[in-house]
Design a protein around this ligand. Structure first.
Ligand SMILES: *Cc1c(COP(=O)(O)O)cnc(C)c1O
Length: 340
């Protein structure tokens, strides 16, 4: 049988020959001493791309998010986020574990929350209450089906944060997809957010790595916390070199992934067992099955036909397009969709 076509996540990509060669040639040093030229370059290049002062290379997006939350809060504080946020759903309870903070969850629209909702959920200044200190947004929103914020909404949110002295953090694991889909100027992100976590191991196709962004004071504090979390690496410039390569070569191609997700959405839309497909804005496709149908069963059936997807809920299936699925595999998948 042919190799399965893997839509479980955009984390499954392997380095391209060009990326591997960049990894091979990377100059490296001890990054805990600040001496790895490739890491220093990736941090400053990523910061410049978004207009932030500084960056910090970390092994995962979970670590960059958790360091940011730890930096922005004190134990007992409260973090406001959408109920489906990765920081709450998929980081092992890290907000409580690492920062000792609690969470105020908001029911957003496909992962996106509004300034009004945030305002209504800020705790009053009262000794009985937790102190609200941080708002975290996700762009694109993973469980929202890759939905994108309108940056005008984010500007309204930032104004509320400024009024109430709250920090605003971006979980930008797939921010590159939003930038391409919405044709945004990346430097707007540094005007809107106090900190941002961006991932190289998702849509940009790198094996490992995320960068935390912010001003110099914030990153200095974050560097200390990264060490405490065990994330101070040594000659990790081999990993950073992949990120530098991806910034140069893998951003503009993301439109192709978005087109592919749209094609798959049309395929599933036509199936009688599909109740609805969430609007496709980027590289994530989520659909819900009719009542009584099981997502794990459908995923198992697709697997038999060589197509891997992920049951994100008992009745919801997710497919993610990425660098390692090209047009012929999308066409093969559309044929499989017709037969199931
Ligand atoms: C993948 C992801 C992360 C980080 O995950 P790691 O696997 O720890 O790198 C953070 N936020 C979102 C929305 C993600 O999809």
């Amino acid at each position: 049988m042919n190799k399965p076509i893997d839509f479980r996540s955009d984390t499954v990509t392997r380095p391209t020959p060009g990326m591997l060669s960049a990894i091979h040639q990377a100059p490296v040093g001890d990054d805990v001493f600040g001496e790895d030229p490739s890491i220093n370059e990736l941090e400053s290049k990523t910061a410049a791309y978004f207009g932030f002062e500084s960056g910090l290379f970390c092994p995962s997006g979970t670590m960059t998010n958790q360091i940011a939350i730890k930096c922005h809060t004190q134990p007992g504080d409260e973090v406001i986020c959408d109920v489906n946020a990765h920081i709450y759903q998929y980081e092992g309870g890290g907000i409580a574990f690492n920062a000792g903070a609690s969470v105020k969850l908001i029911e957003g629209d496909r992962g996106r929350i509004t300034a009004e909702q945030i305002k209504a959920n800020i705790q009053p200044d009262d000794v009985h209450r937790a102190r609200t200190s941080l708002v975290a947004l996700e762009n694109t929103a993973n469980r929202g089906g890759g939905s994108c914020y309108d940056l005008k909404t984010v500007a309204e949110i930032r104004a509320v944060c400024d009024d109430h002295l709250l920090a605003l953090h971006l979980d930008g694991a797939r921010v590159w997809n939003a930038i391409v889909a919405q044709n945004e100027n990346p430097t707007h992100y540094s005007r809107l957010f106090h900190s941002a976590s961006v991932c190289f191991s998702k849509s940009l196709g790198c094996p490992v790595g995320s960068v935390l962004l912010g001003n110099q004071t914030f990153i200095k504090k974050a560097r200390r916390i990264r060490k405490v979390f065990g994330g101070g690496m040594r000659q990790a410039g081999y990993l950073a070199a992949a990120g530098i390569y991806a910034l140069d070569h893998h951003i503009s191609r993301l439109q192709e992934d978005h087109d592919h997700a749209q094609m798959l959405a049309e395929g599933f839309q036509a199936k009688s067992f599909v109740k609805f497909v969430l609007p496709v804005e980027t590289n994530i496709l989520i659909f819900e099955l009719n009542d009584g149908q099981s997502a794990p069963d459908l995923v198992a059936e697709m697997k038999k036909q060589g197509v891997l997807a992920y049951a994100i809920a008992p009745n919801r299936v997710r497919l993610v397009t990425h660098l390692d699925v090209a047009r012929p595999q999308i066409e093969a998948t559309l044929q499989v969709i017709k037969t199931i």
